[in-house]
Design a binder for this molecule. Structure first.
Ligand SMILES: *Cc1c(COP(=O)(O)O)cnc(C)c1O
Length: 394
């Protein structure tokens, strides 16, 4: 194995060299506290403000609507739990069956605490059942709705415009987890009436450990990180200055390259996907191929285990995933794939490839050269119906 071929960019991305460069001074001479009264801290505060402006520009938001957090998970928790606390114990909590654990976790905690929680189903293509959403929104009680913009496992993109129209018409509060959408499809909060939106740095070529909650002006939220007056009193704690600066740079890069990257990534992804479908019998794509992120493909190889494929790919330096890294290691089939009603013979054989701007055509060719052979060998050892799916030496 000479080089890592990284097709797991929905799990995390590399830090862009420009982002790393932008961060370095804040680990060195620019170490002041942005809240300090002296000019030494004040110059750092200006860099934090510039980063806030870059993140805001990326979303077409106002800089005052940007709250820096420690990660996407914190942003999701803050939005859902913070609104439920404002709306009170009668508030319904509406989400979908295919959300990231960072959304499902807080929603289910609220259910345990007595809220009525509704998880909207998806169809076989992973698309939200809008009729079920309409039904769930009926009735007078207040509601917080949290629906992801794009799915981390399948790349399926929910129709946020009709969703937002339905939710706002019902007078409910709308949060969207846009962690996977950011940098891959355009986001414009002027045109989309979401109240809150989550981002995570490390899915966007910034470091792990920095996130954003976009909080539309006027949105009421009880904050749970109580402390200093940072982030306008919405999230206490001294600012993570280097990472905030890095995320600002990452958003600037994402905005500048979005259109060109979308085309490039979709072309590479389609080549990979079509190549695997053509060379591996009994392979299928999981999820809506029309309404999907340009960088993601989730394929099921029937009758074999996704984990076994990953294990053999890993020997060749190829990194992919069986759905969500958070569920990995459990050997339970992914809740997303199950919610889509994928046939029994295919639920265990799902593999996700997720690309970034740093992937090349030569890397796609390398995967196409080796993966069909891996699948063939595993199938030979796992005859139809037998279900002998232990990893084996090739
Ligand atoms: C990765 C991810 C998160 C969590 O973000 P962290 O910064 O890792 O906490 C939330 N939602 C989705 C859809 C994700 O892909």
């Amino acid at each position: 194995m000479d080089k890592t071929i990284y097709f797991d960019n929905n799990a995390t991305t590399c830090v862009a060299p420009e982002v790393r460069e932008a961060m370095l001074p804040f680990f060195g001479e620019l170490y002041g506290n942005p809240s300090s009264m002296h000019a030494f801290g004040g110059q750092v505060a200006r860099h934090v403000q510039e980063a806030r402006e870059k993140v805001a520009a990326f979303l077409h938001a106002d800089p005052a609507e940007i709250v820096f957090t420690s990660c996407g998970t914190e942003s999701d928790n803050m939005a859902i739990r913070g609104s439920a606390e404002v709306l009170g114990p009668t508030a319904r909590v509406i989400t979908s069956r295919v959300e990231h654990p960072a959304v499902l976790g807080p929603c289910r905690r609220l259910r345990d605490q007595g809220h009525r929680e509704i998880e909207i189903p998806v169809d076989g293509a992973g698309q939200l059942d809008l009729e079920a959403l309409r039904e769930a929104l009926k009735g007078g009680a207040p509601a917080i709705v949290s629906l992801m913009w794009a799915n981390n496992e399948t790349g399926v993109v929910f129709p946020m415009e009709p969703i937002a129209a339905l939710v706002k018409a019902a007078g409910a509060v709308l949060h969207t987890d846009a962690v996977q959408a950011a940098g891959k499809i355009p986001i414009d909060v002027r045109r989309l009436p979401v109240d809150m939106l989550s981002l995570s740095g490390h899915k966007l070529h910034a470091p792990k450990g920095i996130g954003v909650l976009y909080l539309r002006r006027g949105t009421r939220l009880k904050t749970f990180m109580l402390g200093g007056h940072q982030e306008n009193g919405r999230r206490g704690g001294t600012e993570n200055v280097p990472y905030i600066v890095g995320l600002g740079k990452a958003c600037e890069l994402a905005a500048a390259h979005l259109e060109a990257e979308r085309t490039l990534l979709a072309r590479l992804r389609d080549k990979l996907e079509n190549g695997l479908l053509a060379t591996c019998p009994d392979a299928r794509v999981n999820g809506d191929r029309q309404n999907r992120l340009p960088n993601t493909t989730n394929l099921s190889f029937e009758y074999i285990e996704g984990e076994a494929i990953l294990y053999h790919m890993s020997d060749l330096g190829i990194c992919a995933s069986t759905g969500s890294a958070c569920a990995a290691g459990s050997l339970e089939p992914s809740h997303v794939i199950r919610a889509m009603g994928v046939p029994f013979t295919a639920v265990h054989g799902s593999v996700r490839f997720s690309l970034s701007r740093y992937n090349t055509e030569a890397e796609v060719d390398h995967v196409l050269e080796h993966v069909p052979r891996i699948v063939r060998k595993l199938r030979d050892l796992s005859p139809f119906g037998k279900g002998d799916t232990l990893p084996v030496e090739l």
